[in-house]
Design a protein around this ligand. Structure first.
Ligand code: LLP
Length: 421
């Protein structure tokens, strides 16, 4: 469910017609709905119910400070994967004790930043990382609270580029070696072991892989406790999928996911953390573009938009589907025709959809990509010297630009040309 609906023939974001935003900020732009962010966050709150828990929003999916500040105001913690994300979370007012630090390549500088600024825990992914974190903590006279990310060797049955829990993937420590690695962690002076972390992949549309992985984590909890470790926190990662193709997909609901968590690890007396990104921000955002040309090609028609692969890379990178709809509501029963929907970048990969059925579209028409609030703006670039596009946040009948479009001067002046050129 989201808050992007046709009203009086125009798609609205909550109570704001998208045509008003387009007139004010120009296209292309991202627009997010506060009400959808709230609703999706609360679905996870309800799903975890009275289990002691913290929902740490995966900031990699959408790290705009207005978005994270709103989620933090609802009680969210943050899952960060870089020093930059950590500083962004702090800048948005998120306290260190609600920030978890994930990622396989944390540098000593990033460790120092988080240890001095305050951190809930590091999710550690390798022995060398453990050694370095301990050293940095000792230097600072601190103890770093850690979970160790285990790799449960579970096939998440998702796109190969976003599966993370198989033994061939680069993430975590093989669960079979977990006991020896926990023993090493316990022997290091700068670390305080508090729990276990697992994340098996993203855009999961089946609960079974979660169930298998979380059962393995439950079994490991017993073993590690028997070995004398304190396991008081389980970070179960993110990954619950969303319906990108509404006519044809119905992924499991957060409440069903919550049942899996309760059934598998609910009895262990641990505080539960989850790190959802996509399910909170994905359907809370649209990318809105205008049609520059309708080009009649050889046996096919192209809609050439002013948005491109640099603005939304998911179709080019993963072959991802986004529902694409006109902003002006088509007349009921309007005949549909297939279009290739493309951007202006000089690569055939700059194609959002092939032979997609759409009601008739003409030059200047506004088009909206659904489910673009996660891994949209954050993955965009200025390829072809195309400025990063604005982000807009709507709440009821008000909207604000939460990241402005840079000017060409801003972009060009970022380069410096040495005098010897
Ligand atoms: N926690 C960890 C350790 C992760 O690696 C990820 C995502 C998440 C949480 C959040 O997963 P989510 O709930 O959003 O599925 N760019 C790709 C997705 C990459 C996901 C990477 N890790 C895409 O556009 O589909």
């Amino acid at each position: 469910m989201d808050h992007f609906l046709y009203r009086n023939g125009v798609m609205h974001a909550e109570d704001v017609p998208l045509t008003d935003i387009a007139a004010r900020v120009g296209t292309p732009f991202y627009v997010y709905s506060t009400a959808t962010l709230t609703r999706h966050f609360q679905l996870f709150e309800e799903a975890l119910g009275d289990l002691p828990h913290l929902i740490c929003f995966a900031m990699k999916s959408n790290s705009n400070q207005a978005v994270i500040k709103h989620l933090a105001s609802l009680g969210a913690g943050m899952d960060v994967v870089s020093g930059g994300e950590y500083l962004r979370a702090k800048a948005a007012g998120v306290p260190g004790e609600k920030i978890v630090f994930s990622g396989i390549g944390k540098t000593a500088d990033e460790m120092r930043l988080a240890l001095t600024g305050g951190i809930r825990q590091f999710n550690v992914e390798s022995e060398p990382e453990m050694q370095r974190l301990s050293r940095v903590a000792v230097e600072l006279g601190a103890k770093a609270p850690i979970t160790i990310r285990v790799n449960p060797d579970v096939d998440a049955k998702t796109h190969a580029k976003i599966a993370t829990g198989r033994s061939e993937d680069k993430f975590g420590i093989p669960i079979a070696r977990a006991r020896e690695v926990y023993a090493l962690a316990a022997s290091l002076p700068g670390l305080e072991v508090i729990g276990i972390d697992v994340h098996i992949g993203s855009q999961l549309t089946d609960l079974e892989p979660f169930e298998i992985a979380y059962n393995k984590v439950a079994e490991l909890t017993h073993q590690l406790r028997a070995d004398g470790h304190t396991i008081s926190r389980l970070d179960l990662g993110g990954g619950l999928g969303i319906p990108y193709e509404r006519s044809n997909s119905a992924p499991p609901l957060p409440i069903e996911y919550g049942e899996v968590i309760k059934r598998t690890v609910g009895h262990l007396g641990c505080e539960i953390e989850i790190e959802p990104g996509r399910l909170i921000s994905g359907n809370a955002g649209l990318l809105v573009a205008s049609t520059i040309y309708v080009k009649n090609g050889e046996g096919r028609d192209f809609l050439i938009l002013d948005a491109a692969m640099n603005d939304l890379i998911r179709p080019a990178m993963y072959g991802a589907w986004h529902d694409i709809v006109p902003v002006l509501e088509p007349t009921p029963g309007a005949e549909q025709a297939p279009y290739d929907i493309v951007g202006p970048v000089c690569e055939s990969g700059d194609t959002f959809a092939k032979q997609r059925n759409m009601p008739p579209v003409k030059e200047g028409d506004l088009i909206a990509f659904r489910s673009a609030g996660a891994y949209g703006a954050v993955m965009s670039s200025e390829y072809n010297t195309r400025p990063l596009i604005p982000e807009v946040l709507v709440k009821g009948d008000q909207f604000a630009v939460i990241r402005a479009r840079p000017s060409f001067d801003d972009i060009i002046n970022r380069d410096t040309v040495p005098e010897w050129v």
